[in-house]
Design a binder for this molecule. Structure first.
Ligand code: ADP
Ligand code: ADP
Length: 226
């Protein structure tokens, strides 16, 4: 579990594209934060800087109390879930979920225990021997979540995880992800351009525009609930 703090963070891509300007935010331990805003406003870039997949041009990133600008992605105790699931097609669900743990030389019986527990939590125990192509979109997204969960990360980053799902599944997964957040007791940072997800899932919403933070507030204060 960990807080995440960004202080005066900027991202300038080559070609002088400023994607993020003076980003300041303190995300509390166990908080569910939503980053929302139109396409191109800098949401993914912010998430990728937190994950270490993108270098921070200027400013400071703290994970917990540690200045983490220069920490390698694999050493950040962070797991990221992508929109396109990014599963390995030739591997079974079990091996997809186990892959990151094998890389980290976790013992086999521990891997088995963690994968089976995550699979139970996500209701995919019956799918462990299948290949991704034999799964529905919703099932694939569960596997992608499972692969992140088994690592016991302190911080979960989710980049538009539901945008490839149909409306009915999206509604179901919104509830499930909110439940998962409660059960794991982990910090969640969730990027979306979907107003319903923003309104219903997070503790606080960060509204971005043109690389700036426009507003930070609770859903209750940001949206006029009747
Ligand atoms: P969002 O996730 O909100 O859609 P992004 O963070 O992907 O926004 O992009 C923010 C801005 O940075 C956009 O203007 C985008 O074109 C630009 N950008 C994103 N990635 C790169 C890159 N690798 N090189 C140059 N510009 C980029
Ligand atoms: P290896 O690469 O050594 O052949 P595998 O990747 O096939 O190992 O499996 C690693 C471990 O995970 C083994 O102990 C195996 O029994 C277990 N395992 C593989 N698939 C499943 C599954 N569907 N359910 C439970 N355990 C599994």
């Amino acid at each position: 579990m960990a807080s995440v703090t960004l202080k005066n963070v900027y991202k300038v891509y080559s070609g002088n594209v400023t994607a993020v300007t003076d980003f300041n935010l303190e995300i509390k331990d166990k908080e569910f934060i939503i980053l929302v805003g139109p396409s191109g406003c800098g949401k993914s870039t912010t998430l990728r800087m937190i994950a270490g997949l993108e270098e921070i041009t200027k400013g400071e990133l703290y994970i917990g109390d540690s200045l983490s600008n220069d920490v390698a992605p694999k050493d950040r105790d962070i797991a990221m879930v992508f929109q396109n699931y990014a599963l390995y097609p030739h591997m079974t669900v079990f091996d997809n979920m186990a892959f990151g743990l094998k890389l980290r030389k976790i013992p086999k019986d521990e891997i088995k225990r963690r994968v089976e527990e995550a699979a139970r939590n996500l209701d995919i125990s019956h799918l462990l021997d299948r290949k991704p192509k034999a799964l529905s979109g919703g099932q694939r997204q569960r596997v992608a979540l499972g692969r992140a969960i088994v690592r016991n990360p302190k911080v979960f980053l989710l980049d538009e995880p539901l945008s490839n799902l149909d409306a009915k599944l999206r509604a179901q997964m919104r509830t499930e992800i909110a439940k998962l957040h409660k059960r794991l007791g982990t910090t969640f940072i969730y990027v979306t351009h979907d107003q319903t997800e923003a309104m219903t899932m997070g503790d606080r919403i960060v509204v971005m525009k043109d690389g700036f933070i426009q507003q930070v507030d609770t859903p209750q204060n940001l949206y006029d609930f009747p």
